[in-house]
Design a protein around this ligand. Sequence first.
Ligand code: OGA
Ligand code: NI
Length: 356
Amino acid sequence: MTTGRDSLPMKTAQQMAMEGDEPPSKYNINNYTTYTKFGSLETSPPFAPVPIIDIGCLLSSAKQDDQQTELAKLRSALTTWGCFQAVNHGLQVSYLDNVRQVIKQFFELPLEEKRKYFRETGSVEGYGNDMIYSENQVQDWCDRLFLRILPENQRKMRFWPEIPSNLRETIDEFTKKMKSLSVVIFEAMAKSLELEENCFSKQFTEERDVLQGRFILYPPCATPDQVFGLKAHSDRSGITLLLQDPGVEGLQVLNDGKWYMVPVIHDAIFVNLGDQMQIMSNGIFKSPVHRVVTNREKARISVAMFTEPEADKEIGPVDGLVDEKRPRVYKAVKDYAAFNHECFQKGVVALDAVKL
Ligand code: OGA
Ligand code: NI
């Protein structure tokens, strides 16, 4: 994928923040009209009453009653919000803090060091900014490191930082844990809809797992009311697992036309579905629109792990969710990543374009 317009910025957001620069006009949403579609920027909307799901209760080893209660909660969370906070997931808070710390250490390195991992023009992988597709695209006030982590044989190690020295193994280990957690969630999602337990999970793990990681720094921003950390979008993934910064809020979700701030729960993993799960569930589960706002004083770090089906695998609504009462809503689609990219360039919402 190449584009003539894409470029790396003169300065990273972090450099601008450190040097006290006001965000340049390309970052100011008031210079663009297309971003009001999902409502205006509010830096402190009400908190989202996003459900908290006890993962331990979803396991088959849990007491039957507890499991039924939690499955009903999960189903309700995913049909109304498309997201939830996962607690009691088996990972210690000290472990999660260590993952966050390693990523923080990477962003704290001098620019000369991070520059070694700069992404290339026309490609998302590596360290840098979001790809620039058009002149009408507002820039996000964040720097990110984007890595294709699975399948392992597709890793481009030249983008994987060597410092901090434990970064590679930390990401590797964290990935394994996030994969197992995703499978538990996929199976619970299926059970909550009275479907065969593996009907979702098998679409992700049959041959090769596909997982990307995005490690993001949102530096402090002098004008948080005019700049997005990350503009409104839904994830193209099947499922996204997110570690929020325990010290600062910023993630917002859209529900019923209103924006809500996602509360920070230190030991929770925030889970949201992506478009491909909305398609597979025939529209029963939601892929929520979300965005990130910046903070005047504090930097924020987040870790997002995206799981999606293999590109050459055709996905579509699973059999058990299509019947006379609920006709098929979506076409079958292959390589949703490329499809999503094409739609984005045409200014079309990919989920609308796969509707029948
Ligand atoms: C994303 C995303 C949220 C965050 O990377 O797609 O929505 O809090 N991240 O960084
Ligand atoms: Ni997202």
